[in-house]
Design a protein around this ligand. Sequence first.
Ligand SMILES: *Cc1c(COP(=O)(O)O)cnc(C)c1O
Length: 364
Amino acid sequence: MVQEGLYLESPREDLDWSSLRFSYTKCPSLVISDIDISDGADGAQWSAPRAIPHDPLKLEPSAGALNYGQTIFEGIKAFRHDDGSIHMFRIDENAKRLQRSAERILIPQVPEEIFVRAVKMCCVWNSSYVPPYDSGGALYLRPLVVATEPYLGVRSSKVFRLVVYATPVGPFFSKPEGLAVRLVTGFHRSYPNGVGSTKMGGNYAPCMQSMAEARQSGYDLVLYLDAKGRGLVEESTAANFFALVDGVLRTPSTHRKTILDGITCDSICYIARHVLGMKVVDDEDLPVELVRTAEQAFFTGTAVIVSPVKRIGHEADSEMAVICKSLDLAQELKVILTDIQFGRREAPEGWLTQVTPSDLEPLT
Ligand SMILES: *Cc1c(COP(=O)(O)O)cnc(C)c1O
């Protein structure tokens, strides 16, 4: 049974798709699901996801998400192909990562089926906001899980809400000459056995000061180093880092759980290995010493896609300066990745999930 009104729409005509940037545009629908584990986590289940008109969330001032930061999120893009069909990129990986983040801060696991359904529903209900194929934009879907129970003493909440909102997005950076990156020395975003590998709200607020300072000094992005002072490059606030050193593509290993497992990062490693036939090292540390000799460097993420770096450094320490000779590899990888996402090149098995109105039929 297809419910009334559930069909994919073409892009709205009242939006200027060509001027879209990575910024927020309100879409008409949200999707929500709730869980209450007051009687124990075992029998509790997330409610069937449902679409509601977009409205601000009503939260108690004492909600755990607001007071103690018990909140996690994901970021996924949906792409309109040339034939009008809509496809999400590697959503199963987002479902699994949300589960890993949830586990770390005692949020009840959202089953993959519920998660994928909620995100698909949000996509269908807002389908007129999926940008046209030739705009190069995408619908960014942001699932959040927030602790909503009102209580006071520090403990884990017993009530949570999954909320998925959507916003059409275009390019994050428009700097064809490449990014200026500041190595951050006075602050660490992550530390061994901490929470740096989770997509939890609390990982982002502490980074804002170093980002603002970098921007004031003329940089586009920050790059954090390991907290133990070993001079190891980790990542940016919300993007993974790659360097091409002696013809080998390197990204720092995530084994210490200080770096977020990026799905774009994993996809780029796959493409570099299997499409370009390159040597890729992703299971070793990446000393800043090695980065200093990099021929090329770039960042990856759902938002930034593949963004090439022009220079890396810190204005107070000229020893740190790295100038990249070329942006070619980042550009080539970006073309291959976006060709896959937009259906111009065959996707590896399971990378694209088509979104259809039948996804909104009741769960059986
Ligand atoms: C989201 C995020 C990334 C990029 O992950 P993708 O799955 O590629 O979008 C990298 N680092 C951090 C800290 C992030 O939050």
